[in-house]
Design a protein around this ligand. Structure first.
Ligand code: ADP
Ligand code: MG
Length: 268
């Protein structure tokens, strides 16, 4: 049975050890004066699958970019595995990310696209091949290594984009609405496969979506944001066991969780 416990934010969830992702009192004002984030505090511990959920424009991508080291906070601090995010990103095996647009290079095969970040980091050919093969197998694209992006469906392109991130063997995986452009059935299948991979590899995942059902299906914890300025309004642990079969989506517990989360979104 699934239990959703909501508590006021910012949540201080007592958990053992150093957080892997540590966002403290982060504010962000863009150069044009847009106040995008106000006092965002968020900690992820090893192995958590945390979803950042909120309406369009509430600052989800801003949080993710700051955690990725692609943008600086205007106030507050961010650490990934105790380091500056930029340092963690440059090392690659600390942190990898997947965006909504798969951003594949059209002139490279599935294999070469998957290997690219490793190549840029100077990883040798043999090791690149090993890591890419393993990642391509994980995302279910074995047999398509020599295909070009134009030969693939939207779902398959996203699988390549995920393989490219996984080939870096990241500890932390950042995903910004990765399945937002896919049809519902493809999205559900990718959600299921992603959970299988996460259970096997034990990454710490920060996943952005505006889809309540996706958040409820995937997460160990759902962090709800509201807009203007972007801030955290609820931190909801999802107490449902893994593996979560597709039928989980039609269970009463799932329905109760979705209702609770929707209520927070409305109140925000
Ligand atoms: P979300 O990902 O939740 O849709 P974003 O983080 O992309 O939200 O954006 C949060 C707010 O910051 C929005 O109002 C958006 O218009 C604004 N914003 C995002 N990026 C920039 C930028 N580079 N310059 C100015 N404003 C921005
Ligand atoms: Mg966004």
């Amino acid at each position: 049975m699934l239990r959703a416990v909501a508590q006021p934010a910012p949540a201080t969830v007592p958990a053992a050890g150093q957080p892997v992702v540590d966002v403290r009192n982060v504010g962000k004002v863009y150069q044009n004066g847009t106040l995008a984030l106000s006092d965002v505090t968020l900690q992820l511990h090893a192995g958590e699958f945390v979803t950042l959920l909120g309406p369009s424009g509430c600052g989800k991508s801003t949080v993710l970019r700051i955690v990725a080291g692609l943008g600086k906070p205007s106030s507050g601090s961010v650490a990934v595995d105790g380091q500056e995010p930029e340092a963690a990103r440059r090392r690659g095996h600390e942190m990898a990310f997947v965006f909504q647009d798969p951003t594949l290079l059209p002139w490279l095969t599935v294999r070469k696209n998957t290997e690219l970040p490793l190549k840029l980091r100077g990883v040798g050919r043999k090791e690149r091949e090993r890591l890419a093969s393993s990642a391509i197998r994980l995302v279910g694209l074995t047999g398509f290594e020599q295909a070009y992006p134009r030969e693939l469906s939207g779902g398959m392109k996203m699988r390549v984009s995920i393989a490219r991130a996984l080939a870096q063997e990241p500890k932390v995986l950042l995903m910004d609405e990765p399945f937002g452009a896919l049809d519902e059935i493809t999205r559900q299948r990718l959600n299921e496969d992603l959970l299988d991979m996460w259970q096997a590899a034990q990454w710490t995942v920060l996943f952005v979506t505006h889809n309540v059902f996706e958040a409820a299906y995937l997460s160990t914890r759902i962090v709800v944001m509201s807009s203007r300025p972007g801030r955290i309004v609820a931190d909801i642990p999802v107490d449902a066991p893994y593996p979560r079969p597709p039928e989980f989506r039609s269970s009463p517990g799932f329905g109760a969780l979705v209702s609770a989360v929707v209520q927070f979104l409305r109140d925000a």
